[in-house]
Structure formats: structure tokens, C-alpha cells
Ligand binder design. Structure first.
Ligand code: PMP
Length: 407
């Protein structure tokens, strides 16, 4: 691929070229969702203009074409995360549904009274609540792995918490609220040594650098297409094959069955066992286009660009009086969470928006860690590879105006 060039790449994302409230848009809300390259938008249009049909069941040309492209996308995603087999990639509605699937299916079959599930104290609600729901049903417990004041996971605490009652550790690869990169390979090693499985929430990781699920040796890895330059409403559950084979179905319906009778129903093989009903065919095919797009980028260069941009943004933040960074772990990516002293995060966000700068404010669906830090939330600027130093400069110019206005 050509050496990474953020300016050239920006041109692939039509949405970035617009004015908001009279100012050129600066999009710094990539942890909420990333923008889509033209190739992804075109794939959606092409699908509906040329191929729209239901998959796996039609005996006609359009259905064959749709099925072939739908399954080709699965193969692309499997290769993208280095899954051994495409059937280990299950389509879901998103990270949230992927976690709910594992909690419901694996959890219902495996958790017993007195069992423990460990989650990091910085988890997104979607990697806490599904475990609480199944734990309540089973008499199991969900316990937080402590996080230091700078947002680093306490690995010594994890080690001391692990015992034979811990059945699963569920941890984010990257924290959406703080940007902390967790040592997931180490977590997997420790958990496996204690006989526990590991689910990694990769929602905030996959867009930043190549992920290799076999190298990590994780049991489950989940993420959302929309945070990886693909469409909304689509996600991935990767699982080790033996685990997926042993897990009961999540939802019942068409496509997930082998035979149905009132005497008893048998279930389809992987991955279809977990894909009841008509899937998001257009979304899957367009997600395949997103993977193709990423594969032709210099991703090593893109990651280096993003990391340099985060370093630059944090240097500017440290040099700006009144800004307090929240989450200053030594291992971070892409997310700069902060407070402007004397101003509520929501007011800061609104005043930034008036200047064309899009950030997110609030607790970022991570209330426990905000509570631990004793803050109602933060202002979060989150980067993607199409962001530039000019975007970061615009953020700080706008913040200076906010400061003059509010303080
Ligand atoms: N986990 C993390 C770390 C996230 O950042 C998000 C999205 N904010 C989710 C889970 C949930 O993803 P989705 O809403 O796409 O299901």
C-alpha cells in the first residue's frame, strides 16, 4: 500500500467535507461511531440496486449473488482477525448483542450458584449488565477487577481474585471512556491458568491496529461493524470452535434449524445455529467493503499517525491551564477524556458543537469508573486515522473560546 497520508484518506470519507454551525466539521467522536468511506456507502447502494434478495434460501440468481457476497464478507472478517475458520465468525447486531449471546447461551449452560464472573471496573455497561442478568438467574456473582487512579487495570488484583470459582473474565481491549489499552494477552494467560474463559470486548480496539485472535488465545472476541468504518446494526462474535459447538442456540427461528418437528427440532451447524432470522445482508456486504478498504491502507502507518496525534493532543492538554486529563495510563490509544475546570462537560460539549467540533460528553456508558473517579462524566475527544493535527488545533482553539465564555 501507499504510505499512510491522512489528508488523502480524508477524501474517501464524504461526510467529513461539510460545515456544522457555520464551521468546517471537526469530527472527534470516533469512539461512538466511525465515519464510512465511499466504498462502504456504494456497497450498500449497489446491493439494493442490483442484488437485493434473501440469503441461503432462494433458487435464483439474485439470491445466489447475495449469498455469495454475504459469505465472502464472513471470510474477509475471519481473515481480518485471523480466525482459524470463517464459521467461527457469527453475525450479530453489534458488540452488545454478541456479549448478550455469550452470556445467555454459554452462561445459561455453564454458570452455577457460587460461580464468579470477573469484569474490569472500567467496562462499558454492555460488558457488565448481560453478566449481571445471567448471574442473578444462576446465583453467580459479577465482580469488578480494580482499576488504578490513572485508569490502568490492576493485574496483581486480578491474579489474587482468580480461583476455581471464576468461570469467565470479561474485559475490554481498549476502554471507550479512558482510552486505556488493557494487557489482554496477559489476562488470557492468567485466566486460563486458573481454568477460566476470557471474552474480550474489542469494540474500541479493532479500528486502531490489527487484532489476531489466535495470538491472543482468547475464547471470545466481540466488536461492532459501525466502529470499524462499516454500517450500524451489525456486529461480530468470534469464538473458539469447540465452545461455539457446545453452546445452545441463542434465538430460535428460521435459518438456525436443521429440521423442525413437533417431536423435536435439530439445529443447524455453525455459524447458522446462532443466526436466526433474516440477517442484515446489506450491512454484512458493506462491512466486507470496509474490510477491503482497510486492507488496502497502510495500517501500520495509520496506527502510528493516530498515536502521534493522541500524544500531540495530550501534550496540548497538559499545557492548557484548567484542563484535567481523565485516564493517563501508560498504554492508551485514540481517546482523550478530560474535564475543563469550572465547567460541566455537557456545557463544554454544546459550546464545542456550536464551533463545529463534535465530541461526546457524559459517562460514556461506564458509570462505575466515573463513580470511582468521583466525576459525573467527561468530555471525550476520540480519534480515527482520518483526523489531523489541524483537527486537534481546532479543538483547542474552540476550548479556549469555551473557557473565555464559561469561566
Ligand atoms: N463496548 C465498548 C468498549 C464500546 O465502546 C461500545 C460502544 N460505545 C460497546 C461495547 C457497545 O457497542 P454497540 O453499541 O455497537 O453494541
Amino acid at each position: 500500500p501507499l504510505p499512510f497520508d491522512a489528508e488523502r484518506v480524508r477524501a474517501d470519507f464524504p461526510i467529513l467535507n461539510q460545515e456544522v454551525n457555520g464551521h468546517p466539521l471537526v469530527y472527534l467522536d470516533n469512539a461512538a461511531t466511525t465515519q464510512k468511506p465511499r466504498a462502504v456507502i456504494q456497497a450498500l447502494v449497489d446491493y439494493y440496486e442490483q442484488d437485493n434478495s434473501n440469503v441461503h434460501r432462494g433458487a435464483h440468481a439474485l439470491a445466489d449473488r447475495a449469498t455469495q457476497k454475504f459469505e465472502a464478507a464472513r471470510v474477509k472478517v475471519a481473515a481480518f482477525i485471523n480466525a482459524p475458520e470463517a464459521r467461527q465468525v457469527i453475525w450479530t447486531r453489534g458488540t452488545t448483542e454478541s456479549i448478550n449471546l455469550v452470556a445467555s447461551s454459554w452462561g445459561r449452560a455453564n454458570l452455577q450458584a457460587g460461580d464468579r464472573v470477573l469484569v474490569s471496573a472500567m467496562e462499558h455497561h454492555s460488558n457488565i449488565v448481560p453478566w449481571q442478568l445471567i448471574a442473578a438467574e444462576k446465583g453467580a456473582s459479577v465482580e469488578p477487577i480494580p482499576v488504578d487512579a490513572d485508569g490502568t487495570l490492576d493485574m496483581a488484583a486480578l491474579e489474587s481474585m482468580l480461583d476455581e470459582r471464576v468461570r469467565l473474565v470479561a474485559c475490554g481491549h481498549v476502554s471507550n471512556a479512558l482510552g486505556t489499552v488493557n494487557p489482554v494477552a496477559d489476562i488470557v494467560r492468567l485466566a486460563h491458568a486458573a481454568g477460566a474463559l476470557v471474552l474480550i470486548d474489542g469494540a474500541q480496539a479493532v479500528s486502531h491496529w490489527p487484532v489476531d485472535v489466535q495470538a491472543l488465545d482468547c475464547d471470545f472476541y466481540v466488536f461492532s461493524a459501525h466502529k470499524l468504518f462499516g454500517p450500524t446494526g451489525l456486529g461480530v462474535l468470534y469464538g473458539k470452535r469447540a465452545l461455539l459447538e457446545a453452546m445452545p442456540p441463542y434465538q430460535g427461528g428460521g435459518e438456525m434449524i436443521e429440521t423442525v418437528s413437533f417431536a423435536g427440532t435439530t439445529f443447524n451447524q455453525l455459524p447458522y445455529k446462532f443466526e436466526a432470522g433474516t440477517p442484515d445482508i446489506a450491512g454484512v456486504i458493506a462491512f466486507g467493503a470496509a474490510i477491503d478498504y482497510l486492507n488496502q491502507l497502510d495500517r501500520v502507518g495509520a496506527a502510528a499517525h493516530e498515536q502521534a496525534l493522541l500524544t500531540y493532543a495530550e501534550e496540548r492538554a497538559r499545557a492548557t491551564p484548567g484542563i484535567r486529563l481523565v485516564g493517563t495510563s501508560a498504554h492508551k490509544t485514540s481517546v482523550m477524556s478530560f474535564l475543563l475546570e469550572g465547567a460541566h462537560p455537557n456545557d463544554v460539549g454544546m459550546l464545542l458543537d456550536q464551533q463545529g467540533v463534535a465530541v461526546r460528553t457524559g459517562n460514556h456508558c461506564a458509570q462505575p469508573i466515573m463513580e470511582q473517579f468521583g466525576i459525573p462524566g467527561t468530555v471525550r475527544a476520540s480519534l480515527a486515522f482520518y483526523n489531523t493535527r489541524a483537527d486537534v488545533d481546532r479543538l483547542f482553539e474552540a476550548l479556549e473560546k469555551v473557557r473565555q465564555f464559561l469561566i
